[in-house]
Design a protein around this ligand. Structure first.
Ligand code: SAH
Length: 252
């Protein structure tokens, strides 16, 4: 899979790509990510990428021409991207399901805004979709682009060493992940749950499922509506709901 990220801060993007799982995937050619400097697609001596807003008001706006040129250069070099994503607070909220959808594509371009935003003709005429990473405003699209690349890359086979680890991650089946522990078994008087050191694989599996379900039921019941549960999980969930009902009655 290949990402082309158009930004005025390519080094910011490259720095994040140089560490950890993403760096390894790039090194092994499972993933290609290219940060493209928007200023290279300007034609004036000052390499101007922004200008004042029509109608007045504060701040600067990214000009359309360099962004259109950048996408044209990407098209010429590597072929047309299957998605041209504009990262923006106005976009559809990014979720694990959205990450899965993008992971099925081969070539994705991401356009990063800065300042007050981007000339709206880029959204209308160039971008194929708009994605927001959450209801807050950042100073630029670089962190959102990196969030998207990271979440999508984890879903590409071969990027995360252990496929089971991705399958068990929060949201992958509509459940939050169960709690994890490592050595020592006792740390400052706080013990690891007994079942985890018991060696009973069946019980460990059931404990983890119960923890994941309970955590999801308490923190994010909204996720359970679309969760894909196996028979054992459905049974545990029923028990948990009964217990909850019982507790509610007890209070009456
Ligand atoms: N004036 C705009 C915010 C501009 S922030 C508004 O109020 O909607 C500058 C750039 O940062 C945006 O163009 C976008 O590319 C990026 N950005 C900021 N917050 C974001 C978010 N939550 N998700 C995705 N991109 C975001």
């Amino acid at each position: 899979m290949r990402f082309d990220i158009v930004t005025i801060f390519p080094r910011m993007v490259e720095a994040a790509l140089g560490e950890g799982i993403l760096a390894r995937a790039i090194q092994r050619n499972v993933l290609t990510v290219r940060a493209r400097d928007l200023r290279e697609f300007t034609e004036d001596r000052h390499r101007t990428v922004d200008d004042v807003p029509y109608g007045g008001g504060p701040g600067m706006v990214l000009k359309p021409e360099p962004l259109f040129k950048a996408v044209e250069a990407i098209r010429e070099e590597v072929g047309a991207p299957q998605a041209i994503v504009l990262v923006s607070p106005h976009g559809r909220r990014f979720t694990q399901a959205e990450a899965g959808r993008l992971a099925s594509l081969d070539r994705v371009a991401i356009l990063c805004g800065r300042y007050e935003g981007i000339d709206d003709r880029v959204r209308e005429q160039l971008a194929t979709e708009e994605i927001s990473i959450g209801d807050y405003v950042l100073s630029g699209g670089e962190l959102p682009a990196l969030v998207i690349v990271d979440a999508v890359a984890r879903l590409i086979p071969g990027v995360v060493g252990d496929e089971d680890s991705v399958a068990g991650d929060s949201f992958s089946r509509g459940l939050l992940d169960y709690p994890h522990y490592t050595r020592p078994a006792e740390f400052r008087e706080w013990k690891v749950p007994d079942v985890l050191v018991s060696g009973h694989h069946g019980e460990i599996r059931r404990w983890r499922k119960r923890q994941a379900l309970e955590l999801t039921l308490v923190r994010r019941p909204d996720l359970l509506v679309d969760a894909e549960l196996d028979v054992e999980e459905q049974e545990i969930l029923r028990e948990l709901m009964e217990a909850k009902k019982g507790a509610a009655h007890g209070r009456d």
